[in-house]
Design a protein around this ligand. Structure first.
Ligand SMILES: [Zn+2]
Length: 186
């Protein structure tokens, strides 16, 4: 669900003990961004992995083995790049490199199956969360519609085209004469 609120350029710091579900969260994020979530594993030998998404890519970073925060920059990662979202595990180790608008997701295992999630985010992100609570799902398929999505109020170009098709083949009809106010942009 959080994935639909991401527009690219966000840095997400994942916090939590081993086994708290950070990789699981990253996998959910990958799935929400349209990446192949099965490829997302706990990145043990590499610092970062990039997954191609439908709208934006996910860069999954494991800072566990970095001995100093500067190594994150050396890895070639550009935090804030608009074509991707960066999710950083063990972000505590690279604190000084994190942008001011980092979204911090803290995970705590409260039982074998339950996790408590706390999200600390800048105001503009909180605004998007507010928007998503008011937003209506896609009129065609009921999927969540991305904030700033180019195809709003539809979730995708495909659903927008389906809608257009329904107008063209007459399944949608206007039951009264068109008035000027119907044509005004709202
Ligand atoms: Zn749809």
């Amino acid at each position: 669900m959080i994935a639909t609120l991401l527009v690219g350029g966000e840095t997400i710091a994942l916090r939590g003990d081993l086994g708290a579900g950070k990789t699981c969260f990253a996998r959910g994020l990958a799935s929400g961004l349209g990446c192949d979530e099965r490829q997302v594993s706990s990145p043990t030998f590499i610092v970062l992995q990039r997954y191609r998404g439908a709208r934006i890519d996910l860069v999954h970073v494991d800072a566990y083995r970095l001995s100093n925060p500067e190594q994150l920059r050396d890895s070639g990662l550009e935090l804030g790049a608009h074509d991707c979202v960066s999710a950083i595990e063990w972000s505590e180790r690279v604190e000084s490199e994190l942008p001011a608008d980092t979204i911090t997701v803290s995970l705590v295992a409260i039982s074998a199956t339950d996790r408590a999630i706390t999200i600390n985010a800048p105001a503009n992100f909180i605004e998007r969360v507010g928007w998503s609570m008011r937003a209506r799902p896609c009129a065609i398929c009921k999927a969540p519609v991305a904030f700033l999505g180019e195809t709003k109020p539809f979730c995708s170009k495909r659903c927008r085209d389906v809608d257009l098709g329904r107008w063209i083949d007459g399944r949608y009809q206007i039951s009264r004469p068109i008035e000027q106010t119907d044509l005004d942009e709202d």
